[in-house]
Design a protein around this ligand. Structure first.
Ligand code: NAD
Length: 432
């Protein structure tokens, strides 16, 4: 099948290359010329394990191509996947759908034969209806079908998640489109993925409800960790004990910093504002948002206590600044809240992240990137393990640094408290 992915970001590039690898002809379109230029040269603009090899292979095989020409790419394709961003509107909770509607306007004037327009971007309930209305202004209803096919991949595991998904949700009121989509996904269905055909509105809501639920699970265990800290209980025991219950499950039950990333913060806000619009009050999700917002303040207070409230001129190291491991994505990472506050209070901050320098800190006073873990922790007063990269998991701090010992605040509980204490370091972690 001939596919066109509009938006070559985390979702569009990964799903585009995976569809190409399944034997389809895929054009990935982006309005960002630099991005398309570097992809054509084999340079991958994002950090995602395994992605580079797959892009190069399928580009060489001519199954995958890149373009900035949206209209031509749409004309040449049968299925059009919309994968552009749906961030939060500035100063509001609602999703900003301007990227979606800009793309739809362009598609509308490029429809030359029957097209299936598939929204992979996360969009609020009824967006598909609005897209259909816009397309109907210029096109006969027999010329297109609007389908919702939300994406569930996780950054850092994106290729595996796309290739072996738990479920494929396709929301369409049109049998023909449903049949074509099922056929497209057949190689994944035959490997065990569940295929859920549903209404377009249901598909839109399944995505938001899933993300809001996962965010709730994280926030829940984070709050239980607060109680553990007050009662001398190890949160890891609680996570294991709860997770063994099959009704609960162990995933997304690890206490840590506030959840971040490109999805949970914006999607929890968007679903509550959609619900408000329809007069349905999602009080659980609203309190999750509030609790998560408070979490970074809570961890900052813990840092103040650890340093006896003396932050000025303290040397603080962040190991990892991305919102989670195996991605370079900084969107809504809790480090973006904590580092500027500590800098304002006079701390001197070094950070090391396996994905390198972050422009987000370039204007923050006394924040420096280092090339190695050793450089980042040398001479530090406090080392904060912010992101659970494998690179940090088996560090031996005793052999890594000679002389002055620092305090370790392990926000991901990646170390055994006894082992670190035996190495002679003062050690704090989460919920234990
Ligand atoms: P992204 O910001 O990485 O990529 C979006 C791309 O769309 C950008 O490269 C941008 O230049 C391009 N774009 C915007 N307007 C365009 C236009 N008019 N023409 C061509 N290209 C255009 O976003 P992302 O993280 O891939 O997310 C995309 C959507 O998928 C969002 O709705 C998100 O919520 C959803 N989603 C993301 C993830 C994830 O892990 N990142 C997972 C599941 C779903």
């Amino acid at each position: 099948m001939k596919l066109c992915m509009i938006g070559t970001g985390y979702v569009g590039l990964v799903s585009g290359v995976c569809f190409a690898d399944l034997g389809n002809d895929v054009i990935c379109v982006d309005k960002n010329l630099n991005k398309i230029d570097s992809l054509i040269k084999g340079k991958i603009p994002i950090y995602e394990p395994g992605l580079s090899e797959l892009v190069i292979k399928n580009f060489k095989n001519k199954k995958l191509s890149f373009s900035t020409n949206l209209k031509k790419s749409v004309r040449d394709s049968d299925l059009i996947f919309i994968c552009v961003g749906t961030p939060t509107k500035k100063g509001r909770s609602t999703a900003d759908l301007s990227q979606i509607f800009n793309v739809i306007k362009e598609i509308s004037s490029a429809i030359n034969r029957f097209k299936i327009i598939v929204t992979k971007s996360t969009v609020p309930v009824t967006t598909g209806d609005e897209i259909e209305k816009i397309l109907l202004k210029k096109n006969n209803k027999k010329k297109f079908s609007v389908v919702s096919n939300p994406e569930f991949l996780r950054e850092g595991e994106a290729i595996r998640d796309f290739t072996y998904p738990d479920r494929i949700v396709v929301g369409s009121n049109d049998k023909r489109s449903n049949r074509i989509l099922k056929n497209l996904y057949n190689p994944l269905i035959s490997k065990g993925a569940s295929y859920l055909p549903t209404s377009r509105r249901s598909a839109e809501l399944i995505k938001y409800a899933s993300n809001a639920f996962l965010a709730t699970k994280i926030t829940f265990i984070n709050e239980i960790a607060n109680l553990c800290e007050k009662t001398n209980i190890d949160i890891e025991d609680i996570s294991i004990g709860m997770g063994l219950d099959k009704r609960i499950g162990s995933r997304f039950l690890r206490a840590g910093p506030a959840y971040g990333g490109s999805c949970f913060p914006k999607d929890t806000k968007a679903i509550t504002s959609t619900a408000d619009k329809f007069n349905a009050n999602l009080t659980v999700i609203k309190s999750v948002i509030k609790s998560n917002k408070n979490r970074s303040k809570l961890l900052l207070n813990r840092i103040y206590r650890i340093l006896n409230k003396k932050i000025k001129n303290k040397k603080i190291t962040f190991l990892g600044v991305t919102f989670k491991a195996n991605t370079d994505d900084m969107r809504d990472s809790s480090s973006l809240i904590m580092i500027p506050v500590l800098s304002k209070k006079g701390a001197i901050i070094k950070y090391y992240d396996p994905t390198g320098y972050k422009k987000e800190f370039s204007k923050i006073k006394n924040v420096h990137n280092t090339d190695t873990i050793k450089q980042s922790v040398q001479g530090s007063d406090l080392v904060i393990v912010h992101t659970e990269w494998n690179d940090f998991k088996s560090l031996n701090f005793k052999t890594l640094v000679k002389g002055k010992k620092f305090i370790i605040y392990d926000m991901r509980n990646i170390y055994s408290p006894d082992k670190i204490k035996n190495q002679g370091f003062k050690y704090y972690s989460i919920g234990r």
